[in-house]
Every structure is written in C-alpha cells, then in structure tokens.
Design a protein around this ligand. Structure first.
Ligand SMILES: O=P(O)(O)OC[C@H]1O[C@H](OP(=O)(O)OP(=O)(O)O)[C@H](O)[C@@H]1O
Ligand SMILES: Nc1nc2[nH]cnc2c(=O)[nH]1
Ligand SMILES: [Mg+2]
Length: 162
C-alpha cells in the first residue's frame, strides 16, 4: 500500500493488540443477544474480526458474503460477488460481521439481503452508524483506519509517527 493518503485527513492505524481487544469487547457486548445460527463475515475486512468473534462466542458455522466497493481509498460502485449460502429467509438469528462501516453502502446491501440479522462492526464512521446494530469505536468521517492485515510493521510505524 502507498504511504500517501490524500483522500482522508486523519490516519488511524490499529495494531493487532488493539484490534483483538476491540473484537473481544464486541463479542462481550453482543453475547446476550444470541443464540446465533452462525456468523456471516463480509469479506475481506470482516474475516479476521469474524474469526475472533467466532472463538469468543463459540460459533463454528461461518459463511461469507463477498462485496467489494473500494480500490485502495477510492470508493466505486459496490460489487456483490457472492451471497451467503447457508442463510435462509431474512437472516433471523444470524450475526453479520464487518471490520467497519464508512458510507454505509456495503451495510445497506447486506441489510437488504438479511434484514433480520444482527449487524456488528468494530469501527463506525457517522454516515454508516445508523446501519449498524452494535459497534465498539466511532471515528470521524475524515479518518482512514489502517488495519494490521493491510500494513507491514514498518509502514505501520511510519503512519503512527506522522
Ligand atoms: O461503508 P462503506 O463505505 O461501504 O465502506 C465499508 C466497507 O469498505 C471496506 O471494504 P472494501 O470494499 O474496501 O473491501 P475489503 O473488505 O475486501 O477490503 C470495509 O471492509 C467495509 O466492508
Ligand atoms: N482500511 C479501511 N477500509 C475502508 N473502507 C472504507 N473506509 C475504510 C477505512 O477507513 N479503512
Ligand atoms: Mg470490506
């Protein structure tokens, strides 16, 4: 990934440790809202959060919905590449997991497919916030969150020190 981030004013790099703590906090916050039939992870960003939640909540059935709406930091029309295969009806009893909501476009597609599922993310920006049922940390709309799976440790240190 390039170290130039012209589109957003603030960089918010997240470490593995922070990510893990926030994902665990999310698991605890939704632990009384189950039981869950399973998790639907929104790839790719929801995969690691879903893995941590699945362990914490003892969920072993994990499906995916594959949506792509960004090239690096540039948003384009969201492409729906694959629907979940295990989910029936309106998604009641399912837990949908993504790393974050930004504009809410991804969330809107998923909610439309599974209107009765519980939608959980770790991070939320104000525009996407109304579409999430449970999240942990809000950041401003002009913040770009950098996840540990997208950064090598040296690039991470450079952003952290900016
Ligand atoms: O609220 P929105 O404006 O729709 O943005 C949020 C989505 O953008 C990112 O995914 P991206 O499309 O970059 O794909 P990725 O998960 O494969 O990185 C992120 O993981 C969310 O899924
Ligand atoms: N990594 C990352 N992906 C995004 N997709 C939409 N907003 C963001 C963001 O702040 N960080
Ligand atoms: Mg994503």
């Amino acid at each position: 990934m390039s170290s130039h981030h012209a589109d957003t004013a603030k960089n918010f790099p997240v470490t593995w440790e922070e990510l893990h703590r926030h994902a665990k906090a999310l698991a605890w916050r939704i632990s009384d809202k189950g039981p869950w039939k399973g998790i639907v992870a929104i790839t790719r960003g929801g995969l690691v959060p879903a893995a941590i939640l699945a362990r914490e909540l003892n969920i072993r059935l994990i499906d995916t919905i594959c949506i792509s709406s960004y090239d690096h930091q540039n948003q384009r029309t969201a492409q729906n590449l694959k629907a979940p295969v295990a989910v029936e009806g309106e998604g009641e009893g399912w837990l949908i997991v993504d790393d974050l909501v930004d504009t809410g476009k991804t969330a809107a597609i998923v909610r439309n497919m599974m209107p009765k599922a519980h939608f959980a993310t770790i991070y939320a920006k104000p525009a996407g916030r109304p579409l999430v049922d449970t999240f942990i940390t809000e950041v401003s709309q002009d913040t770009w969150i950098h996840f540990p799976w997208d950064l090598n440790p040296i690039a991470y240190m450079q952003i952290r020190n900016d």
